[in-house]
Structures are given as structure tokens and as C-alpha cells.
Design a protein. Structure first.
Length: 805
């Protein structure tokens, strides 16, 4: 007789990398056990949730193979395509299967609830078993796995024996949290005439039944409100074959009132773009397009038309946005166009809410999925279109393992499904333009604003001149004038600075030392707190109070250097005490909903000036903003990142694009000490092509992406020599492997910040052409080092296709 075995992926970090474990599948559980279904299995001395990877049958099974305890899901929670995608994630990003599966389905291994024992049905439990104290104990306990675990080992063995004998059954109790919330629907199974006839017959005998039948004769279906129609009313009608009861998952997402807004007539460029995308959607096979549309060109409308096209063909679409909290405006527009055909996936969803949305997508009830990075894994079965909006945003790259790039996943899924993938931006990444140049993607341009207005006038302000004329303020004369004029005429201004806090560091004028974090190799940042100034570490959260007394030499000569957003706020309060100011950065948006509140307040005109970091550059649409001021463009240029120029150009262009979006002409002022820099010049001139040519040449010359790919290995450990040793070992493993011929290796060295939170960090950077040539060897070397490091109490990570070093 053959036995069913299941290969199960279990999440037990640190113990092994990507092994799958065999379990015996009891026949009673076999019917639901399919790949993608979750199970609970005994693992070492605990119960663990796992995902079935494969089911196979074998004639001989070792007696050491343990049986599956319970099957959690009725239907697979991961589609076949998602399982294949998980496999690919492991190859592409040196990830483990549990990491990949958790990325695709957050909480996949968090099955709440536990095992319960109950007397087996249809089995006569002998009296001595029934009377046993252990048995009593088990039944008295609340149903969770610890009930068994807490018993002494004899009792545990006894229970195991009873389970073997079939007296007891293990039942999994899954708490409601992970089940989709179900709503009951009543629907008619007969034609209206027949229902009305049946209603007439019941009019006096059962008036409620008659009422329900009459209602269904008109509507065909209704949600079951139990107050109105109790079970005693419904059940006889079900038995008579007149009414059917269905349970369906419902969306818990609370929508604002839907206001129908008619689609606007397309501009010439929008019409052309829409037609081009429609062609690509209809053409067989997978395609890629880059939509390069200047800020305010109406890309959203083009996306909506493309989505409409796909949905009308009965296929599904996924729209990725950089940050869902920042796109209430966008979601609102989609809701008013498509209603509840959209599903929204975002990180603030509770587990249950996510499961509801997930279920609606799996069933095809929702045909349009909107969400941030991880929504690229949405379980759509019939994918026709993926759109990645603001494609250049760094948030599409996941910082933790698996270090995936949602843009690559989008391409991969589109290829598998024969779908179109669209990358949209006002400032396409070098990667995206490379796809166009290499003939892999079609370029679609929207060179003008949808409202017919010109792009905002951008002026560069040379801050060296200000110093010469004795202006020591954060604001140049020019910016002061424009701020005054803007606010006095009842319009709004945005001030942008890519640095939070009050000052970025301290320096003693007597000895030249600054105040360092005791746990990290980094200067403490100055923050303004209620009681005065504080020094804060942005890496580990360490805080201390600030005084001008230098901790190194004792002189009262400590000064704050490098401006942050808080300093702008106090400078405005000093110069214009009557201006109403909002600040949006990591510090003011920690609380849930705080970010949306700031956006809503500014949109409603409850403030004159919005100060913010890069958060304010992401696609917000404020019609009353006339002035945008970039307080210090240089802070971005000097970041130790090969993409510093690209980020500067993108942020300046995006921020400038917030000005003059409606009826007012916009003005943007860029303050800088390096007015001649090409990234600043090009952003001021709205000259993407010149920027692109220059940056492309530099990247090609120094061999940086997109002319190679980078992978960054990082080892961290409390002891510096262990971290360094791991990085050196990784380097040696690679030098011994065949992959060394296909890559350039930057030797083991301390990472940009040598110590964070008392952990020393050493890195090895790899440059290579194609991951296919080196991936296997790199992954193998990584695993060797990582397993060793896990035993030593440190950690390793490998960021493949790294976007920064
Ligand atoms: P982008 O994302 O390209 O910066 P949006 O999609 O936010 O631009 O559109 C900018 C503004 O133009 C929005 O207020 C939008 O409602 C408006 N708009 C878009 N298309 C049209 C159109 N065809 N006619 C009139 N207004 C439009
Ligand atoms: Zn620190």
C-alpha cells in the first residue's frame, strides 16, 4: 500500500536555509492537502505551521516520518504561480523559501489557534480511557497546543498512544483572525413567477417567508440580515429548493462615499499614450512600456484607461504605488471610477483585513489591485497588466530579506502571464531608460501638463552670493520675498529639505570633536524637544540632553551644524510668527494616520507652509501651491551613494512639480552652493535628456548600474574581528569559486557606518554583468558563511541587485 507524503516548508530561521521536510499525510486529511495549503506539523518538540510544497506517494516510508497534525486551509492560500515565483525569488535574491513565502503572503507561517483534542467520532472510547485523569485534563484545557505540551511526558506519550488507537482526534482550531470574514447571501433558485406563486401560498401561514420570496423575486439576491429573516424563516425555503444560502468573504475596507466623477476628455498626448498601451495589451505575449510623463501630465488618467481595457477583457490589473498612505488622492480617484472592483493592499491592514482582500482577489471579485511594493505578489490568476507608478522610487526595493525589487517581480509575472508591464515616472530611472534603449520596452511620452499650463519656472539661487552680501539666514533674499508674496496672497508654499531633526551634527569650536553615539559610529543629530535641545541617534534611537559643553575637552564651545527640517520650522516662526506651518517628516508621522492628516490639513488650506523631507515629493497634488523652495540641494548631492546625482535630479524635479498644478503659475527656487552642478542645472531646465546623457556616461565610465549589477554582502557581530572574519571568509570562498572570472570584487572592508547598535559591520561588494553567471556560486558561498555566523550569534545578509552600497 502506498503512502502519501507531503514536503513541507517550515519557518525556523537560523536552523537551516531552505530545506523541506517530509511528513506523512493521514488518509483522513488527504482530501484538502494540495500545494499551497498550510498545515500544522510536529517539528522537534513543538508544533509548527508550514506550507505544503509538494504531495507525493511512496510505497515505503520510514517509521521516523511523523504525520501531519492538521490541515489548516480548505483551499490553497498560495497559487501555483506564486509557489513558482517563490522558487524564483530564492534563485534571484539568494533568499530562503520561508523568506520568499512570507514575502508573498505576509503571515503565512503565523497560524493562530492551535491543536485541540476531541473524542473521535464513531469510535467507542473504552471506559478506562474515558475515566483517565489525563483525558479529563485535556478536555478541560482551553484548546491550544500548550495543553498537550504542559502535560508531563508520560501523559503526552499516553495521549499519543490514544491518538494512534483512534480514540482521540487532533483538530486544528484556527482563530477567526486568519479566516476571511464571511457574509451570507440569500439568492433565488427559481424564476420570479414561481417565487411569487410560492409566496402567495404562504401569505397567511408564513407571512415572513412570503415576504422574503417576494423580495427575492424582485432582487434575485440579498445579503442575509438575520434580524429580518431568522433561520426559522430561511431554512424551510432552502429545503423547498426555492432559496440558496452562500457564504462569501467581504471587504472590510471602509470606503469614503463614492462620488461618481466622469472621465475627462483626454488631451492629445494622453489619447496617443492610451492608444499605444491598448495596442500592447491586445498584442499577444508579454510587453513592457515606460511612460515618461512630466509632472502633472495626467499619467493617472492614462493608467485608468489601460486598466479599463484590461478589465473589460476579463483580466486583472495591479497598480503599484510607492507609499499607499501618501496616495489617498489616487485611491479616491480609482474608487470613484471603478467602485468595489478595486482591492487595496497596504501594510496597515490587520491580518484579517488582508485575508479578506486576498480572498476577494483570489476569487476574482476584485479585478484591480492597488498597493505598495508587496502588492506585486497579489494572487491574481488572470493577470493582464501591472503598472509601477513613480517607478524611480527607492521604496520598490525591499531592504530586508528577501531583498527583492518589485519592478523585477512585475516583469517576471508579466512574462509568465503574457501581460503588459508599465513603468511610469516624470523622472524614469536609468534602469528604465536602459530597457527602452535595449529594445525591451516601448517609450510612451507625455511631454505637457494636462491642464495646458507650462511647467513651473525654476530658478537656481547661488547661496555663496548670499554669504557675500552678509545674509546668514537659511533663506536667501529671493526665497524670503517669494514666501512673503505667496502667503500674503493667500496661496501656499512647500519648503523641501532632505534632512530631519534640527541639526545634523555637532562640532566643538575649541577641539574639533563632535558628539558621537556611544553605540554607533555616527554623530548624534540635534533635535528640538519640549524642554530644550536633545541629541538623538538616527540609527539606534539613543538619546541624551544637549549642552554646549564639549564632552571631549570641556569647553563651552559645542555648536550645531548642518540644517534639518526642525530648524526651518523655527526660522519661519522667528521671521513670520503669523504663518501657519506644518511639518512632514519621519518624526511627525510616526503615529498611524498622522501622515494622512497632514496631507488633508494642507490640502484644505489649514496651513500656509508645508515643510518636508522626500515624503512630500511623492506624487501629491495640491492645487493651491504656488511656491516650492528647496532649502539646500547640496545635502542630497553629497550622499555617499552612486545614485546621489540621480536621486538629486529626481527629487528636485518631483518637488518642483508640486508647484503651480492648478490655476496659479508655479515658482520653484533651488538654493545651492553648487549652482553649476549638472544634476541641478538639468532639473532647473526640466531637461531630462541632458541629465540622462551625462549621468549615463559617468555610470558607464565607472561601471555602475545599469552597466553592471551590484551585490552587497554584510556581516555584523558584536565582536569586530568576527564580523571582519566573516566578510574575509566570504571573499575567499568567492575567489576560490568559478564565479570570480565573471565579477569584480571590492575586498572586505568596514561598511559606510562601521558600527550600529553595538554591532560591527563589514561588507564585500560584488560587481558583475549577469546574475545567471555568478548566482549559484555567490549563493553557495553566502550560505557557508551565514550558517557559521548564525552559530556565532551574528548575522549576514546579501543584497542582490543592490540599489546602494
Ligand atoms: P501626474 O501623475 O502625471 O503628475 P496627475 O495624473 O496627477 O498627473 O494629473 C494632474 C492633474 O491633471 C490632476 O489634477 C488631474 O485631475 C488633471 N487631469 C488629468 N488628465 C486630465 C484631462 N484630460 N483633462 C483635464 N484635467 C486632467
Ligand atoms: Zn546609535
Amino acid at each position: 500500500m502506498s503512502h502519501f507524503l507531503v514536503e513541507v516548508v517550515i519557518d525556523a530561521p537560523g536552523l537551516f536555509l531552505d530545506k523541506r521536510f517530509d511528513y506523512l499525510l493521514p488518509r483522513a486529511l488527504a482530501s484538502n492537502a494540495k500545494p499551497g495549503v498550510r498545515v500544522v506539523v510536529p517539528f522537534r518538540s513543538a508544533w509548527k505551521a508550514g506550507v505544503i510544497w509538494r504531495v507525493r506517494s511512496e510505497a515505503d516510508v520510514s517509521s521516523r516520518v511523523r504525520p501531519v497534525a492538521s490541515v489548516v486551509d480548505v483551499e490553497p492560500v498560495l497559487t501555483e504561480e506564486q509557489l513558482r515565483l517563490a522558487e524564483w525569488l530564492c534563485e534571484r535574491y539568494a533568499a530562503t523559501l520561508p523568506e520568499a513565502l512570507s514575502a508573498i503572503l505576509p503571515g503565512a507561517f503565523r497560524v493562530t489557534g492551535g491543536l485541540q483534542l476531541q473524542p473521535a467520532r464513531g469510535v467507542d472510547v473504552p471506559d478506562d480511557v474515558r475515566a483517565s485523569s489525563t483525558w479529563q485534563f485535556v478536555l478541560q484545557k482551553k484548546p491550544d497546543d500548550r495543553a498537550v505540551a504542559k502535560l508531563d511526558s508520560n501523559a503526552k506519550a499516553q495521549i499519543e498512544a490514544w491518538v494512534e488507537l483512534g480514540y482521540l482526534e487532533r483538530v486544528l482550531h484556527v482563530s477567526e483572525q486568519v479566516q476571511a470574514r464571511l457574509q451570507s447571501f440569500l439568492s433565488a433558485t427559481k424564476a420570479p413567477a414561481e417565487l411569487l406563486q410560492a409566496a402567495a401560498a404562504r401569505e397567511t401561514r408564513a407571512p415572513r417567508q412570503a415576504a422574503l420570496l417576494r423580495q427575492l423575486a424582485v432582487s434575485g439576491e440579498l445579503t442575509w440580515a438575520r434580524k429580518e429573516y431568522p433561520r426559522t424563516t430561511v431554512q424551510p425555503l432552502v429545503e423547498a429548493g426555492l432559496v440558496r444560502v452562500d457564504e462569501r468573504p467581504v471587504s472590510r475596507f471602509i470606503w469614503p462615499d463614492r462620488e461618481e466623477r466622469p472621465a475627462p476628455a483626454l488631451t492629445v498626448h494622453q489619447a496617443r499614450a492610451t492608444a499605444r498601451l491598448a495596442q500592447l495589451i491586445q498584442a499577444p505575449g508579454a510587453h513592457m512600456a515606460v511612460v515618461h510623463g512630466v509632472t502633472g501630465s495626467g499619467k493617472t488618467e492614462v493608467y485608468m484607461r489601460a486598466i479599463d481595457e484590461v478589465v473589460r477583457q476579463g483580466r486583472q490589473a495591479v497598480l503599484l504605488v510607492p507609499e499607499i498612505a501618501l496616495t489617498p488622492q489616487m485611491v479616491g480617484r480609482f474608487y470613484s471610477r471603478f467602485g468595489d472592483r478595486i482591492a487595496v493592499l497596504h501594510s496597515a491592514l490587520a491580518q484579517g483585513e488582508r485575508r479578506d482582500e486576498w480572498a476577494r482577489i483570489l476569487r476574482g471579485d476584485a479585478s484591480i489591485v492597488i498597493g505598495a511594493r508587496s502588492a506585486v505578489f497579489a494572487p491574481v490568476r488572470n493577470l493582464g497588466l501591472v503598472i509601477v507608478d513613480e517607478e524611480h522610487e527607492p521604496s520598490y526595493k525591499q531592504e530586508d530579506a528577501p531583498h527583492y525589487d518589485a519592478r523585477e517581480i512585475a516583469v517576471r509575472r508579466a512574462e509568465t502571464a503574457g501581460a503588459l508591464v508599465v513603468f511610469g515616472s516624470a523622472t524614469p530611472s536609468l534602469w528604465a531608460i536602459r530597457q527602452v534603449e535595449d529594445g525591451r520596452a516601448t517609450l510612451v511620452s507625455l511631454p505637457q501638463r494636462a491642464n495646458g499650463k507650462p511647467l513651473p519656472k525654476v530658478e537656481i539661487v547661488d547661496m555663496r552670493e548670499e554669504l557675500r552680501t552678509g545674509n546668514k539666514s537659511l533663506f536667501s533674499e529671493r526665497l524670503q520675498q517669494e514666501l512673503e508674496a505667496t502667503v500674503r496672497s493667500g496661496l501656499q508654499a512647500i519648503l523641501f529639505l532632505n534632512r530631519r531633526g534640527y541639526a545634523s551634527s555637532t562640532l566643538c569650536r575649541a577641539c574639533g570633536e563632535g558628539v558621537q553615539c556611544p553605540h554607533c559610529d555616527i554623530h548624534l543629530t540635534v533635535h528640538r524637544a519640549d524642554g530644550g535641545m536633545r541629541l538623538v541617534c538616527h540609527y539606534c534611537g539613543y538619546e541624551q540632553s544637549y549642552s554646549d559643553c564639549c564632552p571631549a575637552c570641556g569647553e563651552r564651545a559645542l555648536r550645531a551644524f548642518g540644517i534639518g527640517t526642525e530648524q526651518i520650522e523655527s526660522a519661519i516662526a522667528t521671521l513670520w510668527p503669523d504663518f501657519r506651518v506644518l511639518r512632514m517628516d519621519v518624526d511627525t508621522t510616526r503615529k498611524k494616520g498622522a501622515m494622512q492628516q497632514i496631507v488633508a490639513d494642507f490640502e484644505a488650506g489649514r496651513a500656509d507652509v508645508l515643510i518636508g523631507t522626500q515624503m512630500i515629493a511623492k506624487g501629491l497634488d495640491f492645487p493651491r501651491v504656488r511656491l516650492v523652495g528647496v532649502v539646500a540641494a547640496d545635502t542630497m548631492l553629497t550622499l555617499p551613494d552612486y545614485r546621489a546625482h540621480e536621486r538629486t535630479f529626481q527629487l528636485l524635479t518631483q518637488v518642483a512639480g508640486r508647484a503651480g498644478r492648478a490655476d496659479t503659475d508655479g515658482v520653484t527656487l533651488i538654493q545651492t552652493y553648487r549652482p553649476e552642478h549638472f544634476a541641478i542645472q538639468a532639473a532647473a531646465a526640466h531637461d531630462f535628456v541632458t541629465f540622462y546623457r551625462e549621468e549615463r556616461n559617468q555610470r558607464a565610465f565607472f561601471t555602475y548600474p545599469p552597466f553592471c549589477e551590484l551585490a552587497v554582502f554584510l556581516a555584523s557581530h558584536p565582536a569586530e574581528h568576527v564580523a571582519r572574519g566573516a566578510a574575509m571568509r566570504f571573499e575567499r570562498e568567492l575567489r576560490r569559486s568559478g564565479a570570480i572570472d565573471y565579477m569584480t570584487l571590492l575586498p572586505a572592508s568596514p561598511s559606510g557606518i562601521r558600527r550600529i547598535d553595538n554591532l560591527y559591520r563589514y561588507q564585500v561588494v560584488l560587481k558583475y554583468g549577469r546574475w545567471e553567471d555568478v548566482g549559484q556560486d555567490v549563493t553557495q558561498s553566502y550560505r557557508v558563511v551565514k550558517e557559521r555566523m548564525n552559530r556565532l550569534g551574528g548575522s549576514c545578509r546579501l543584497d542582490v541587485n543592490a540599489q546602494r552600497i
